[in-house]
Design a binder for this molecule. Structure first.
Ligand code: DC
Length: 216
């Protein structure tokens, strides 16, 4: 069984997807982390993130793998490093590169062959797993998403004013929604869930009951 959860940054989809996978005892796949891994490789190689062919070369020369909940780039643990503001900012630029997408989509489909999973990202229901059994698009209004992101950053010791976080999210959304290849949008048969006024626990319950009602 494949369950896809797509949606914009700060919508809560990662936490929801992780908790849902735990409840169902199946694998959780964070595909955003894979784009972030390529972004980190681009930073490490001092490559211009807007140079499509140079970025494609970097993407083809690295190995990305998972060791339980750790993400490895060329076998080195980069789980924390990929959350830096620098990597976050260029990840959506790198994600607009078709060669990068092709490589990661293939990897994601290979992982999907290994068994049931909850996979989250921007294109999981539309492009990567169009035949998924359950598809969700989890979203929230910009301010709610920015407040969550601001809280996450502050846990990491980074304090940023709300308007700055809102602006960063707005720019990332725009790039993710308007790119030519696999733009972020709900799949036609996805259930759209607005989390602005709900807790994470409530959203997980909503998704669980939807899955259970459709499976019985
Ligand atoms: O979900 P995230 O913030 O970790 O994602 C990082 C970037 O990767 C984000 O700007 C969009 C992009 N992304 C994508 O294009 N397709 C995916 N399936 C997942 C993420």
């Amino acid at each position: 069984m494949i369950i896809t959860i797509d949606g914009p940054a700060g919508s809560g989809k990662s936490t929801v997807a992780r908790l849902l996978a735990e409840r169902l005892h199946i694998r959780f796949l964070d595909t955003g982390a894979m784009y972030r891994a390529i972004a980190l490789a681009v930073v490490n190689a001092a490559t211009d993130e807007n140079d499509h062919s140079a970025v494609a070369q970097v993407a083809c020369g690295v190995t990305i793998s998972f060791d339980h909940d750790r993400l490895l780039l060329n076998r080195l643990d980069i789980t924390s490093e990929i959350r830096s503001p620098e990597v976050t900012a260029i990840s959506s630029i790198v994600a607009s590169n078709p060669a990068v997408r092709e490589r990661l989509v293939e990897l994601q489909r290979d992982i999907g062959k290994c068994g049931s999973m909850v996979t989250e990202g921007r294109d999981q229901g539309t492009v990567v797993f169009p035949d998924a059994e359950h598809k969700f698009f989890v979203t929230a209004n910009l301010e709610a998403r920015a407040r969550r992101r601001q809280r996450e950053l502050s846990y990491e010791g980074i304090d940023q004013p709300l308007p700055v976080v809102m602006d960063q999210l707005r720019r990332r959304d725009e790039r993710d929604e308007t790119r030519e290849h696999a733009p972020m949008r709900p799949a036609e048969n996805a259930v759209v869930v607005d989390t602005s006024d709900f807790t994470i626990a409530q959203v997980v319950e909503m998704l669980m009951s939807r899955i259970q009602s459709r499976s019985s």
